[in-house]
Design a protein around this ligand. Sequence first.
Ligand SMILES: C[S@@+](CC[C@H](N)C(=O)[O-])C[C@H]1O[C@@H](n2cnc3c(N)ncnc32)[C@H](O)[C@@H]1O
Length: 171
Amino acid sequence: MKIKTKSKKVDKAWLAGHVQDPYVKRAQQEGYRSRAAYKLEQIDEALGLVRPGQVVVDLGSAPGAWSQVLRRRFAPKTAGVGGAAPGELRGTIVALLGGRPVDLVVSDMAPNLSGIESADAARIAHLVELALDFALRHLKPEGALVCKVFHGSGYSQLVEAFKGDQAQGLA
Ligand SMILES: C[S@@+](CC[C@H](N)C(=O)[O-])C[C@H]1O[C@@H](n2cnc3c(N)ncnc32)[C@H](O)[C@@H]1O
């Protein structure tokens, strides 16, 4: 397949693989803004964290697929509609808080990777620490944090941070 791009920075092999990716195709068919939707769907199918009536904060939400999944989970009776389900809404998805305690924080924050391992690891770790700090300040005592973490240098320190005294109550 030939793909024309204006920028030489775009890796054409990556782009060709991306458009053939089954999750990318499925996301387009089902009205999701990105394939990331299926990551949160699978996490939630395994752990059952998202429930109607909750207050959920989506950190690093653009382009918005995780928020679409959350919106769909909050419209449990709306079937067969692509992307974010319209109609019934049971729950709250927030970008800015109004002092309300939160049931669930989901963070898919990720930096643009430079390819320099030490710099990327530091940026990733910083975003995880921000998400954890946010969760500790805003979650209810039995609340949960779903957070993107990359395996690499610094991973074990992040795991330790999640095991810290303050984070112990989190699911
Ligand atoms: C993988 S994308 C998230 C995809 C999203 N969950 C979805 O379903 O569409 C990573 C996101 O992290 C955001 N991000 C990166 N650094 C950030 C920061 N310091 N603060 C907030 N968001 C950040 C990016 O802007 C981008 O929207």
